[in-house]
Design a protein around this ligand. Structure first.
Ligand SMILES: Cc1cc2nc3c(=O)[nH]c(=O)nc-3n(C[C@H](O)[C@H](O)[C@H](O)COP(=O)(O)OP(=O)(O)OC[C@H]3O[C@@H](n4cnc5c(N)ncnc54)[C@H](O)[C@@H]3O)c2cc1C
Length: 277
């Protein structure tokens, strides 16, 4: 889907640059233009100019790369993230599971959830074998995160045996995938911090739009993240705020500023976890 999306964008005359890491974003208020400095995969520097900027990079990192420096830098830096790694074990399972994933509550093991990739799609596992992803919730730099792949695979083999899903002797292949900033943390203060950042950014950088999951520090799923991008594009094309992008995935309701409801019908009704009162 994304390959097709990229092709269409290029067909419409757009330019796609992959593997480019943005390092700084300078807003020139007088000329109302952004200067974006970046580094290409081969280390070569690159500079871009833009009237509008759409960011899906974590708010904390975005704030640190903006100039002039945002007043809300301290609040942006206070936003926290939960990291995550998956140890994938491929081999014969002890039993065939119908579930896509299984939550593990056994305090004797560290694994929090097991993905059963074959159940998502048979294409995700070799013929006749299971592909189980043991998910570990952690923080970048903690004991789990800094363990070697070999140590993590050994841990996963021991734990998959402990929960009875696979025999370590039947594991034929394994790999580790680390995902930094997997979850934006909803702590006591995050809402105030995000509010402060939103107000400040809107005031200082009128053509900067925040979208996505970490881009808005919001527990958005992929459909929500895509929707925030689509609505932002519609706002920019219209030259006004037709849609309240922050309304996506808000109590499963959609606060629409404009009259047209075309996008609203597409939104999912998935709820996010909430603190009990
Ligand atoms: C473990 C896990 C399981 C999930 N399961 C589901 C699921 O089952 N269903 C579902 O709908 N959603 C799921 N999600 C959520 C889904 O992955 C996200 O909602 C979605 O990927 C968010 O898209 P995004 O574009 O906002 O961010 P991302 O997909 O994270 O993209 C942000 C991009 O910005 C790039 N970037 C960051 N900084 C810079 C920089 N300085 N310069 C250049 N590029 C930069 C990153 O490299 C990245 O490519 C899951 C997420 C995780 C972590």
């Amino acid at each position: 889907m994304w390959d097709a999306c990229a092709r269409k964008m290029v067909d419409f005359g757009g330019r796609l640059e992959m593997g480019v890491r943005v390092t700084s974003l300078d807003w020139n208020e007088e000329e109302r233009v952004w200067t974006v400095r970046a580094v290409r995969a081969d280390g070569a520097p690159a500079t871009f100019h833009a009237r509008n900027l759409i960011s899906s990079c974590p708010i904390r990192e975005l704030a640190e790369s903006l100039s002039p420096t945002p007043k809300s830098l301290v609040q942006a830096q206070a936003l926290k993230y939960r990291d995550f790694l998956t140890v994938v074990l491929i081999g014969k399972a002890r039993k065939e599971l119908p579930d896509n994933w299984v939550y593990i509550h056994d305090p004797a093991v560290k694994v929090g959830r097991v993905q059963n990739f074959r159940s998502w799609s048979p294409e995700m596992a070799p013929e006749g074998q299971a592909c189980l992803g043991l998910e570990y919730f952690c923080f970048e730099g903690d004991g789990l995160w800094t363990s070697t792949d070999e140590e993590l695979i050994a841990l996963a083999k021991a734990e998959i045996a402990a929960v009875g899903l696979m025999d370590p002797a039947d594991v034929e292949d394994a790999c580790v995938v680390r995902q930094p900033k997997a979850y934006p943390v909803y702590d006591e203060e995050y809402r105030e911090h995000v509010e402060a950042v939103r107000r400040d950014f809107a005031d200082l950088y009128p053509t900067l739009s925040l979208i996505g999951r970490n881009g808005m520090h919001k527990y958005n799923n992929q459909d929500h993240a895509m929707m925030t991008g689509m609505l932002t594009a519609a706002n920019i094309i219209a030259g006004e705020t037709l849609y309240d992008v922050w309304g996506v995935n808000e109590d499963a309701e959609y606060g629409e500023a404009g009259e047209s409801g075309t996008f609203a019908a597409l939104l999912s009704e998935r709820l996010v976890p909430r603190l009990a009162a």
